[in-house]
Design a protein around this ligand. Structure first.
Ligand code: ADP
Ligand code: MG
Ligand code: MG
Length: 885
């Protein structure tokens, strides 16, 4: 197949492969496309990515057919511009540019002004009538070629240039004269000779092939590999090479170079946005050698800057550029990021690609472009990255505010939070009740800290990774969290701490940025998220396009209310144990656990019943008309056991039992492996009175809300950790019995369902018979992942990252569902469950319900709904719509 594609000039651009980015790379495909729609593109050619892969896989040589194809493509450029490569009188100069299918900005190499040597530089000086320009171009070429192709440290050249400038008292590069550049080229060449033991290559053909090989090689550099790993780009794509006639932005004051976006990539405003430099070449703009100037008059004035904008300094070229912007947008139907050069007043286009943008800009552009008729609603929904919405849903730090950064940890849960430091959960709760905003700072958090995490604006931990307890719970609650900030040390006795080099005490103010892990001194002002406007519009479109429902994981009325605002269509998981950990109740819970017998437990449960009823009533009032899946008590009793002497003493007072006795009882209940221990439905089987109390609280609350408001939600009572049909059969009978009792007592009845979580491999295998006893399944993919992989989530931080690095798992399986493995169990249970009960309701709860890749899988399997934490509800709505497209 064709290995070299000419573009520009009289090139045909008629092979569809030339427009295929996997063949010609993004840069090459778009250069050809721009040329074919009549934009001014310097002529050139593209060598395919296939050639790169062949070169890298073989012995790194070029075969004759490639050499022949390149020779004829060079002839194409020569004819188009009327100059000859290597001609001493009037030389053609080219750039050799890398360009992969997926752009890897700055990762790979480019050489400009190739074809210059001691002879052609004289020709260039004559034909341009500008010796200074010719020698400046030559020294740039020697510098770049030596760096990129020959591997000579570029610092050596920069040093030599600095010395020349210092000797002459110059400030800017532009002050050097032709003679001074010429002298410098001499120096540069001797640097090369000294470093390599051979002279700088003078033969343009040798230069060309050297540069082509170097671009191919740049695909395999360490930095390119690391970039690809971080950005999930496959390693087997290769880069294309673009060889293109040079145009010169460094030919004096009617020449310039610049980069621009067709709309503002930060805000999405429909305003041209960019920078340019007069009398400069290529990378001067990005390299920061001189401060670039504004493109438009408006932008310059808004910034109060003096140097003229391009619109003012070169109105004709600017007018042409603006026309090109509009053409590009109507052609590509998206915001473009472009590179251009003006050579003596004439505009040339050197690159275009779809521009990167902030989440805010992505939304605004998608909605605006539908309004402008550029794209339809489907395309708008497809274009916005659901995960990017996360940035928009939390209050964020005012970008204009000053930051005094003390240390940086992991960005565990996004959003900004500011408040007074508190060092334990109880203090967090007390201070927040008296109206303080607090930041909970812990070495790491545990389930006992939940109430404090809830009371806090944000959480900071010294230890733990992105999937630590603090991180997972904080994301679930929508609390910003910075975890694993090793610059934090806490002195619990003295109630002081050190963050970075700063000594602080409890009550001092700090700000967290959960988006980048920064911890700042003092209160940094924030800006509120905008849920109406473009966000609301896009969400309405997404809702029209999706099939799956989106519910939320929530257990407080505040979270439920927020989730409804975010568009939740029910509760997919209400974890009742979070209510048990509440400060006021833990003592009653402990009395229940430590009781010797059923009557002791019932006494404690009687204290908890009104509290649970009140919990459910408050939630049901918010969720009227919607399904609410409530999971009966699930965590190991072990987690509720007291550990502090003070707790035992309090319990002794409350129960009249001795401290020693209570300690012995706690010792008996201790478990070695609580996650596989006395938990889930095993609690309901052994202590049925616990589930009875919970069922009663749910039905009494539902009846009460129905009486009061005429409408109840639909309680879906969920039995956790079922492995066998018999467990569900027994516990469903218990729930049905309690329901009948309550309806009888109340003279009121409500609809309800009973179902189970599928979170053990055996449950997935036996889903067919389990479905006989339950009306719904909810895939508890957190536990299902733990139990299928045999990996404990809380202990996985230490080895999961290396596992992902080594490609054993493509992503953290607790973040993105292991579709190949765990996914099979989900699929199997879905099929078997439906075979038994065709109308069985199927959903997913757990972290995966908010992960777009996992959501796409749920759509494929045909689940009825996904459930995500409140802040992830909009992400799930958009991802569900994209999955359905
Ligand atoms: P990158 O992918 O790192 O942006 P490029 O290949 O786009 O690298 O080139 C680097 C710089 O050189 C850009 O500013 C580009 O516009 C400029 N450049 C590349 N080719 C030419 C050319 N033929 N004439 C003028 N400038 C060029
Ligand atoms: Mg570029
Ligand atoms: Mg579970």
């Amino acid at each position: 197949s064709t290995s070299v594609y000419p573009f520009g000039g009289k090139a045909a651009h008629d092979d569809p492969r030339q427009g295929d980015k996997t063949v010609t790379g993004g840069k090459g495909a778009n250069l050809a496309e721009m040329a074919s729609i009549g934009l001014p593109v310097p002529p050139g050619f593209t060598i395919t990515t296939e050639q790169c892969l062949a070169y890298l896989a073989g012995d790194k040589t070029f075969d004759d057919s490639l050499r022949a194809a390149v020779a004829s493509a060079v002839a194409h450029i020569e004819q188009s511009v009327g100059k000859t490569f290597g001609d001493a009188a009037d030389p053609l100069l080219v750039s050799v540019r890398s360009g992969a299918a997926i752009s890897m900005p700055g990762m790979m190499d480019t050489v400009l002004n190739l074809g210059l040597n001691d002879e052609t530089v004289e020709g260039l000086a004559k034909t341009s009538g500008d010796a200074r320009f010719a020698w400046d171009s030559y020294r740039r070429f020697v510098q770049m070629y030596s760096d990129v192709v020959l591997g000579v440290d570029h610092g050596l050249f920069e040093e030599a240039l600095e010395i020349t400038k210092e000797d002459n008292g110059y400030y800017a590069d532009t002050e050097l004269s032709a003679e001074e550049w010429q002298a410098l080229v001499g120096e540069f060449k001797s640097i090369v000779e000294r470093e390599l033991g051979e002279p700088f290559p003078q033969d343009p053909q040798a230069q060309l092939w050297g540069a082509i090989g170097a671009v191919f090689d740049s695909w395999d550099t360490d930095r390119a590999k690391i970039y690809r790993r971080l950005n999930d780009i496959p390693h087997d794509m290769g880069t294309a090479v673009n060889v293109q006639a040079m145009v010169f932005g460094n030919m004096g004051d009617s020449s310039a170079t610049g980069v621009a976006f067709t709309r503002d990539p930060a805000t999405g405003e429909r305003a041209y946005y960019g920078e340019y430099l007069i009398n400069a070449q290529g990378e001067d703009v990005v390299a920061g050698i001189r401060t670039p100037q504004y493109l438009t008059k408006d932008a310059r004035e808004a910034a109060g800057a003096k140097p003229l904008s391009m619109e003012e300094a070169m109105p004709d070229a600017y007018g042409e550029l603006a026309r090109v912007f509009d053409l590009l947008e109507s052609h590509y139907k998206d915001m473009q990021d472009i590179e251009f050069t003006v050579e003596r007043g004439k505009l040339w286009m050197l690159q275009t690609r779809t521009g990167k943008r902030t989440a805010k800009a992505a939304l605004k552009m998608a909605v605006d472009m539908v309004g402008e008729g550029l794209i339809d609603e489907k395309e708008a929904v497809r274009r916005v990255d659901p995960m990017a919405l996360d940035q928009l849903l939390h209050p964020t730090l005012d970008p204009k505010a000053k930051r005094n950064v003390l240390t940086t940890g992991l960005p565990a849960s996004p959003g900004a939070a500011a408040g007074r430091i508190v060092l334990d959960a109880d203090t967090a709760e007390q201070w927040s009740q008296r109206g303080d905003k607090v930041i909970l700072v812990r070495v790491e958090t545990s389930p006992e800290d939940i109430h404090g995490m809830h009371a806090a604006q944000g959480i900071l931990t010294a230890r733990g990774g992105m999937t630590s307890h603090a991180a997972v719970v904080a994301r679930g609650m929508g609390r910003p969290c910075v975890s694993g900030a090793s610059g934090v040390t806490i002195d619990r006795e003295a109630r002081t701490l050190r963050i970075g080099s700063q000594e602080l005490k409890e009550g001092d103010e700090v700000t967290l940025d959960g988006a980048n892990g920064q911890v700042m001194l003092g209160i940094v002002p924030t800006v509120k998220p905008e849920l109406a406007g473009d966000f609301g519009t896009l969400m309405t479109w997404a809702d029209k396009l999706r099939r799956m429902k989106v519910r939320t994981n929530a257990e407080t009325p505040e979270d439920c209310r927020m989730a409804r605002q975010f568009g939740a269509e029910g509760i997919g998981l209400c974890r009742t144990e979070h209510m048990f950990f509440d400060a006021g109740r833990i003592s009653a819970v402990r009395q229940m656990i430590l009781a010797e017998d059923e009557s002791g437990r019932r006494k404690a449960l009687d204290m908890l019943l009104p509290e649970q009823r009140a919990d459910f009533t408050a939630i049901f009032e918010v969720m009227t008309g919607l399904p609410c899946t409530i999971r009966l008590l699930d965590p190991p009793l072990h987690e509720f056991l007291p550990t502090q002497d003070a707790d035992f003493e309090e319990l002794a007072d409350a129960t009249g039992l001795g401290v020693d006795h209570l300690k012995r009882r706690a010792g008996e209940l201790h478990e070695f492996n609580p996650m596989l221990g006395h938990r889930g439905c095993r609690l309901g089987i052994t202590f049925p009175e616990i589930y009875e109390m919970q069922a009663r609280a749910i039905f009494e609350a539902a009846c009460a809300v129905q009486k009061e408001s005429g409408e109840a939600p639909l309680p879906e009572i969920m039995i956790p950790l079922v492995a066998t049909k018999r467990e569900l059969e027994l516990l469903r009978a218990l729930v049905d019995r309690v329901a009948a009792e309550v309806f009888e007592e109340q003279g009121e009845r409500v609809d309800y369902l009973v179902g189970t979580m599928i979170e053990l491999p055996r449950a997935a295998l036996m889903a067919g018979e389990i479905a006989n006893h339950g009306e719904f399944f909810s895939f508890g993919t957190n536990d299902l992942t733990q139990t299928t992989l045999g990996v404990s989530r809380d202990d996985s931080a230490r080895f999961l990252a290396p596992y992902v690095d080594k490609g054993i798992f493509p992503r953290d399986p607790f973040v993105s569902l292991d579709i190949d493995g765990v996914g099979q169990l989900v699929e199997m249970a879905t099929e078997r469950g439906r075979a038994t009960r065709p109308d069985i309701k199927l959903g997913i709860c757990g972290e995966h319900g908010g992960d777009p890749a996992s959501i796409a899988f749920c759509e494929k399997v045909g689940l009825d709904y996904v459930s995500a934490s409140p802040y992830r509800v909009p992400i799930a709505r958009l991802a569900a719509a994209q999955a359905a497209l």
